[in-house]
Structures are given as structure tokens and as C-alpha cells.
Design a protein. Structure first.
Length: 316
């Protein structure tokens, strides 16, 4: 019997291998330290590849992988994979959005509470021996209306974490319907823009969602808003965010992701925007770690290996 050869080009938790070690006919090659250049040379030789973000599986690469049958991403989003082209070539695509949903939900809550209670600025002030109580008077989450855009794994997890805070939760998802619960009200996008005090993004990055938060979106919001983005940086036009912060149409922003996350390769416009964001006390920034916890590292690997196991048991 021919072996099904899978190349793993990024770091995975040991739980991944435990799930697959009993499958006969499977050859796993674990090369988490392989360079991008070497990975591009080896990928065409394999039946399957497991990746995080090291390689962009565009049409050019996929066209040169005649043996590729399985492409699995150890994460939630698939934006480094041309999904439509891969599917047209008959390649099975797997990911693990279930693995980091709770991490993302908790991180979004933490950022929002940190912003409302001025945790970051107060912490820095006290470390500088400034005891400024009135300057750090916070606001409460209770009584606010939170609008969730995208109600997949991460959007649902964020909604679950909001229980107990005394908020109203609205959710919009273009590709889902009939998902209202006793806590979450399904609405259209206009209702989010009309009623929400806080807007949180939980959608994938596609050509359709690029700069989803743009000048028109912000202008159509009835209330001054707080914005949370723990999804993908290019969902949000940061020039619009800085403009909104200056006019106080946007009261604050929690950004785990940025349009350009290579902070040493910003162009002059990006540098100007970045400098404004880091100087604004109403902005909290984290380095794309919303789904990056000790637990999610293991859970993502385990979920993905279970899906690969199912695929292999039905394919080889």
C-alpha cells in the first residue's frame, strides 16, 4: 500500500501526533523549523500539508502541487490559502476554529474591560509614581449594547463570555440565520449600526470583507462606538479609525490585529497612523495573540488531528 505522506511545516502540540500515531499507511514528516524557501521546494512532493502561516498557498503554488490532496491549517482563518482554487483542484481543506474560540472570546472581554477601566494607563502611571484617581475613572460594561459581526465559533464564544455582564447582545452574520437565543438577538447590519455601543468583529478576511470597517460604516453608526478587532487586521481601515478617534465618533479601540503587522516595515502613512494609535490612551493593542493561549495551542492541534484522522479513515 502506498503511504499517505504529510509534511508539517509549523510547530504543533504533541497532542497532534498522539491522535494520528495508530493510523497505518501514514507518513508524517515534522519539520517545524523548515525555512519558507525549503518548504516551497518540498511541498509538491507530499499528499498533505499542515501549515500555520509560514507559506501562502496561492494559485501558483497550488498549480505546482500535483500530489496535494489535503491542506490543513492549524488555526481558525484560511486567508493564507486560496480556498476557491484549492477546492477546484479537489484538495480537501481543514482548519480548527473550535480550538481557539474560548481564547478569542476571553481576550476580547479582557481588552474591552481593560479599555473601560483604563487598566493599561493606570498601571503605567502608578509605575511612574503617579496616583491619579479621577483621571482613571472608568465606565461600566453593564447596560451597554454589544454588536457582534460574524457569529461563527469566535463570535459565539464572545457572546457566551458576555453573559453575566448585564449587556444586550446583537449579532449579525450574512451567511447564517435563525440563531437567536434567549441571550443573543439576531439582527441585520443596520440594527448593529443603529443600536450598538460596542462593535466586535469575528469574520474572516476575504475580498468581500477587506476594509469592512470603512468611512461609510462608521458614518452610519448612530452612536459613538467602541471597536474590537480580534479577527484580521485588514478588516479595518486604520486611517478611518484614527479619524474616528479624533472626532470621538469612535470612543476607543481594542485591536489585536493591524493592517500591517510588520512594525519594522511600515510605510510613511502606516507609521503616522501607528504613532497616533500608540499615543492614544483610548486604544489598546496586543500582538495578534487573542487566540494564542497555552490551552488553545493544545486544543487546535488536537482538533485538527481529529479532523485529519477522520479524513484519512475515509480516504486511504
Amino acid at each position: 500500500m502506498n503511504l499517505f505522506k504529510i509534511l508539517i511545516i509549523d510547530d504543533l502540540h504533541p497532542a497532534f501526533f498522539k491522535e494520528l500515531e495508530t493510523i497505518s499507511g501514514l507518513d508524517l514528516q515534522y519539520k517545524p523549523n523548515i525555512t519558507k524557501a525549503d518548504a516551497l521546494l518540498e511541498i509538491p512532493l507530499y499528499d498533505g500539508v499542515v501549515v500555520r502561516s509560514k507559506v501562502n498557498f496561492n494559485q501558483n503554488l497550488l498549480s505546482n502541487c500535483p500530489n496535494l490532496k489535503l491542506l490543513a491549517r492549524a488555526g481558525a482563518g484560511m486567508d493564507n490559502i486560496d480556498e476557491e482554487f484549492a477546492k477546484a483542484k479537489g484538495i480537501t481543506l481543514l482548519n480548527a476554529p473550535e480550538g481557539n474560540r474560548d481564547a478569542v472570546g476571553e481576550h476580547a472581554i479582557a481588552m474591552l474591560l481593560g479599555l473601560f477601566n483604563k487598566i493599561s494607563t493606570a498601571n503605567q502611571q502608578i509605575k511612574s509614581k503617579q496616583w491619579l484617581r479621577e483621571a482613571n475613572r472608568g465606565i461600566e460594561l453593564k447596560g451597554k449594547t454589544v454588536g457582534i459581526i460574524g457569529f461563527g465559533n469566535n463570535g459565539q464564544a464572545f457572546a457566551e463570555k458576555l453573559k453575566g455582564f448585564g449587556v444586550s447582545v446583537l449579532a449579525y452574520d450574512k451567511y447564517k440565520s435563525n440563531f437567536s437565543t434567549d441571550f443573543v438577538q439576531e439582527v441585520d447590519l443596520n440594527a448593529i449600526q443603529t443600536r450598538a455601543d460596542v462593535i466586535s468583529l469575528h469574520i474572516p478576511l476575504t475580498s468581500e470583507t477587506h476594509h469592512f470597517i470603512n468611512a461609510d460604516f462608521v458614518e452610519n453608526c448612530k452612536n459613538e462606538i467602541y471597536l474590537i478587532n480580534c479577527a484580521r487586521g485588514k478588516l479595518v481601515n486604520l486611517a478611518v479609525v484614527t479619524a474616528g478617534l479624533k472626532t470621538e465618533k469612535i470612543l476607543g479601540a481594542c485591536l489585536d490585529v493591524l493592517e500591517n503587522e510588520d512594525l519594522h516595515a511600515l510605510n510613511s502613512t502606516e507609521e503616522e497612523i501607528f504613532n497616533y494609535l500608540i499615543s492614544n490612551n483610548n486604544v489598546i493593542l496586543t500582538p495578534h495573540v487573542a487566540g494564542w493561549t497555552t490551552e488553545s495551542y493544545e486544543r487546535i492541534s488536537k482538533v485538527l488531528s481529529q479532523k485529519i484522522n477522520f479524513y484519512l479513515n475515509n480516504s486511504i
